[in-house]
Design a protein around this ligand. Structure first.
Ligand code: ARG
Length: 582
């Protein structure tokens, strides 16, 4: 068996096409998908239609030949042909039951590790030192973490990289200000608490804008830093450490594992990037700057646009660093796949970087690079998310508010809970809600941040999912059977709602494959939401604890058990912790 029913069916249909039409049909896409209308079948193969031209036969005739050559009796009923030549497959309930047994045993829900483990880099979160980590970085953090979790689960070797903005001209200004405002910082051996770096940044910017001498000193400080002058380096480290401590608080709250490898890491390689491109003849001088002229990027006049690699003053920029990074990640880290999670505004930046890396042949067919773009986070008014007073929203405050709201709700509803417990529930639900609200959106659209919506108990929300889990666990507890008995019991799938639930349960493997492929976590959210709905329908019609006989009672308890396991497992892949009681 392949790792999912969908991919198994693809293989079976491919084999059937080869048998029917010859080896040259090995590489066709058999076009198998989950059926949209479950009345006709569970899966559908549309190969006959696409082959019709090539084979010069009617789709219906092709479909019959495919079916004649198809091996399927172990998993499905004899397929039927529908309409112009769709082939419908209905899974056998004996097959479904055996799949459920596999899901129920072991801790991977019957999903094997990938047979082709890759070295994958997920570049996500990546805030900028001494600047606010804003809601865009929150989105990147949540989406990137989820993608990394899914690929890790599949068995890939994932390197989670935090490409923090810790290099660049803003440090000249910050270092100069630090020396001026905190002279002690340079002599104290203990790390100084610089407090709020965002405020420090603002103050430094103010000095920079109003004082020419300060500006000139800042320029020199950049040179000092880039040439490794000890005092400048010391100040820079202080600033980075302080930022790091602030970022880490957010990562701890959100349970994010990430390795920092900021822009500064690549600074020793920038010179050789320019050299390489020079040798390859890709660089051209334009108005004093060294550029690569890009294919497919033109200005209004239709002229090719340049990507600046080295500025007139000799300085490097964001793109140069990303070129050094992609080269390093392919050559040194040996990445097979690199995934960048940032806002949509950076799409053309990445296209440009990828193009240059391809032309330099650092990036070849053997490495897959993908930019995973996402839309803006908006307020409920559809405008950029701001506080009431018009300031940028602080992430910590946002997360605190989510938790506080859940806590207030618990105080009124369940005043008897003790404080620690209330806090635990509030954190799980509040933070889960923030993550789920983000992940359940199609990431390419803008999303309106609304506490009311994300904390609602109705609809596709984290509180709904978390309660669904708790409720099912409650049923299992009342069932009071030991899990060993469940592991060996037979699963009866007689009622249509039992079948519908079973069919949905076995689709988890397909969904995980799909998310790993197109990097759309909302598919997993939707799957889990539909799972809880299918469970509700089943539970409504099929008595579990009061089942007519012991065999049905055990069998239905297994369905409860697998549903709960799947919910917990799926939510964990989203970075959301479940509670056993609420
Ligand atoms: N620091 C950047 C920002 O805040 C994001 C970096 C993304 N990663 C990269 N390799 N460019 O927008």
């Amino acid at each position: 068996m392949n790792n999912s029913v969908l991919s198994e069916l693809k293989t079976r249909f491919q084999d059937a096409c080869v048998k029917a039409f010859g080896e040259e049909y090995r590489n066709i896409d058999p076009n198998v998908s989950i059926a949209k209308d479950l009345r006709f079948g569970d899966y559908q193969c549309n190969a006959a239609l696409s082959l019709s031209k090539r084979l010069k036969q009617k789709p219906q005739a092709i479909a019959s030949q495919i079916i004649e050559n198809l091996t399927i009796t172990d998993l499905g009923e004899t397929p039927t042909i529908d309409g112009p030549g769709f082939i419908n497959v209905k899974l056998k309930s004996s097959f479904l039951a055996s799949q459920l047994v596999a899901i129920n045993s072991g801790d991977r829900l019957g999903i094997p590790l990938t047979s082709n483990p890759q070295r994958v880099i997920v570049d996500f979160s990546s805030p900028n030192i001494a600047k606010e980590m804003h809601v865009g970085h929150l989105r990147s953090t949540i989406i990137g973490d989820c993608i990394a979790r899914i690929l890790e689960f599949q068995g890939h070797r994932v390197l989670r990289l935090n490409h923090v903005g810790d290099w660049g001209t803003q440090f000249g200004m910050l270092i100069t200000y630090l020396k001026e405002a905190y002279p002690k910082a340079l002599t104290e051996s203990d790390a100084l608490d610089l407090g709020d770096l965002v405020a420090l940044y603002r103050a430094a910017k103010k000095r920079f804008d109003e004082d020419e001498k300060f500006k000139e000193e800042s320029r020199l400080a950049v040179v000092d830093l880039q040439s490794g002058q000890p005092e400048a380096t010391f100040c820079w480290k202080l600033l980075c450490d302080q930022s790091r401590r602030e970022f880490q608080k957010i990562y701890d709250v959100l349970d994010i594992e990430i390795t920092e490898r900021g822009e500064s890491f690549y600074s020793p390689y920038l010179g050789s990037v320019v050299q390489d491109l020079q040798v390859l003849g890709l660089l051209e001088k334009s108005e004093g700057a060294l550029c690569v002229f890009l294919d497919g990027f033109t200005n209004k006049e239709g002229d090719r646009m340049p990507l600046i690699i080295q500025k007139t003053d000799g300085g490097y920029n964001y793109a140069t660093t990303d070129l050094a990074a992609i080269r390093y990640r392919i050559k040194e880290d040996q990445a097979d796949r690199i995934i960048y999670v940032t806002d949509m505004g950076q799409s053309s930046h990445f296209e440009q970087v990828f193009q240059v890396a391809r032309r330099a042949e650092w990036l070849t067919e053997s490495t897959q690079v993908t930019h995973v773009p996402f839309g803006l986070v908006l307020g409920e008014d559809g405008k950029k998310l701001k506080t009431r007073s018009g300031d940028t929203v602080r992430l910590q405050e946002l997360l605190d508010e989510a938790i506080a709201r859940v806590k207030t709700d618990l105080e009124t509803r369940n005043p008897e809970y003790d404080q620690t417990y209330k806090q635990e529930v509030a954190e799980a639900v509040g933070l889960g809600a923030v993550k789920y609200a983000d992940l359940s959106q199609n990431r390419t659209s803008n999303y309106a941040f609304s506490f009311d919506k994300m904390l609602s108990l109705q609809g596709n929300t984290a509180p709904y999912m978390l309660y669904a889990y708790v409720r099912i666990r409650g049923i299992s507890r009342k069932g009071d059977v030991d899990l060993d008995a469940l592991a060996t019991a037979t699963i009866n799938l007689n009622h249509e709602l039992e079948l519908a639930l079973a069919k949905h349960l076995i689709q988890l493997a397909e969904i995980i494959d799909a998310v790993a492929e197109d990097l759309m976590p909302n598919r997993l959210c939707l799957y889990l939401f539909e799972l809880s709905q299918k469970f509700n329908q089943f539970y409504d019609q099929c008595p579990v604890l009061q089942a007519e006989n012991e065999s049905d009672r055990l069998s239905r308890l297994i369905l409860c058990h697998i549903t709960a396991k799947t919910l917990k497992f799926g939510l964990n892949l989203l970075g959301i912790r479940v509670l056993e009681k609420m």
